[in-house]
Design a protein around this ligand. Structure first.
Ligand code: AMP
Ligand code: TRP
Length: 329
């Protein structure tokens, strides 16, 4: 079985962009690979945060992933900082990483701009830690949203740099995108993101979501109810593609093009279909939350398994790098 790795930052609540852009895919393919999923808390400390909140957010993200359908026991869902090998390999990779490559990273440039008062070395080094996450398990497949493609390309480069200097050790992992690798926010303009406030939370109530949908952008050319619209440029229709069945989609398309259906009715159909996906996730979340202790136990066991595997890679790497002098005596 090929090895799969993906990570997610414990940045508050998940939104439907995370779910349809990445996590749904993780759930669908988790048993086709030897899968590792990590709540990457060491990545999250590169921007300002509150320690009390962080404690909550890390556990909450694990519970969220479980509720979304990640099989915590058969796959390895774990907390990144509980496996020290990730940080160990990051330091090693730092020495085969050209500064210029990191300076090109668009996520770094964006975040440095957003957090101009706290541009720390960790933020700059973030992609190296990500490469270490993936390569410490020698993963070949990395299911992510489109915004992470540059980091996976970078990971391949680190792998090549290490291999050419110290001998074949790591694979060159490939990103795996979904059919919807970039879900737009309700503003219809930017990528859905919690920090932009244009998101629909995975655990929000039906009422909250309907309120957000009411204000969500549609085809800008459809000014009044009687103007025909174009689903191809309507962001609401892009959401229909995520959750609505073909029959209902063609009904919506015809209704929009002929102005037979108004945007409000179109949004109501979307809402009904969206809640069919989200209601069971919220129910599961509430149930699992009542038994967080058992989630904590599984995370602990998984971290232990990961530590064993990570250690093997670290030993192999150190041997190749000449960092094991006593072994030769
Ligand atoms: P993050 O919350 O930034 O750690 O992202 C977790 C996963 O969700 C990553 O694989 C991202 O690429 C993906 N993701 C985040 N936002 C979106 C979006 N708006 N559309 C599609 N995928 C996304
Ligand atoms: N940088 C990723 C994000 O913001 C999270 C992440 C960290 C990750 N390590 C990873 C994703 C390894 C895939 C593989 O979404």
């Amino acid at each position: 079985m090929k090895i799969l790795f993906s990570g997610i930052q414990p940045t508050g609540k998940l939104h439907i962009g995370n779910f349809f852009g990445a996590i749904k895919n993780w759930v669908n393919i988790q048993h086709d690979y030897k899968s590792y999923f990590s709540v990457v808390d060491y990545h999250s400390i590169t921007i300002k945060y509150d320690p009390e909140e962080m404690r909550e957010r890390v556990m909450d993200m694990a519970v969220n992933l479980y509720a979304c359908g990640i099989d915590m026991e058969k796959t390895n869902l774990f907390i990144q900082s509980e496996v020290p090998g990730h940080a160990d390999l990051t330091w090693i990779f730092n020495s085969v990483t050209p500064m210029g490559e990191l300076e090109r990273m668009t996520q770094y440039k964006d975040k440095a701009q957003q957090n101009a008062k706290n541009v720390n070395v960790g933020l700059f080094d973030y992609p190296v830690l990500q490469a270490a996450d993936i390569l410490i398990y020698k993963a070949e497949v990395v299911p992510v949203g489109e915004d992470q493609v540059q980091h996976i390309e970078f990971t391949r480069e680190i792998s090549r740099n290490f291999n050419s200097r110290f001998g074949q050790t790591f694979p060159e992992p490939k990103e795996l995108l979904t059919k919807t690798p970039r879900v737009l926010g309700i503003d219809g303009e930017k990528k859905m993101s919690k920090s932009l406030g244009n998101d629909i939370g995975l655990l929000e109530s039906g009422e909250e979501i309907m309120n957000k949908l009411r204000g969500a952008k549609t085809d800008p050319a459809r000014v009044t109810r009687n103007d025909p619209g174009n689903p191809d440029v309507c962001n609401i229709y892009s959401y229909h593609r995520l959750v609505s069945h073909e029959d209902e989609r063609s009904e919506v398309v015809d209704g929009c093009r002929s102005a037979g259906m108004g945007c409000v009715d179109c949004k109501k159909i979307l809402h009904k279909n969206l809640m069919k996906v989200l209601d069971p996730i919220r129910d599961r979340y509430e149930n699992i939350n009542k038994n967080k202790v058992s989630v904590r136990e599984i995370l602990t066991q998984n971290a232990e398994k990961c530590r064993r595997i990570a250690k093997q890679t670290i030993l192999e790497v150190k041997e190749k790098m000449g960092l094991n002098p006593l072994w030769k005596i």
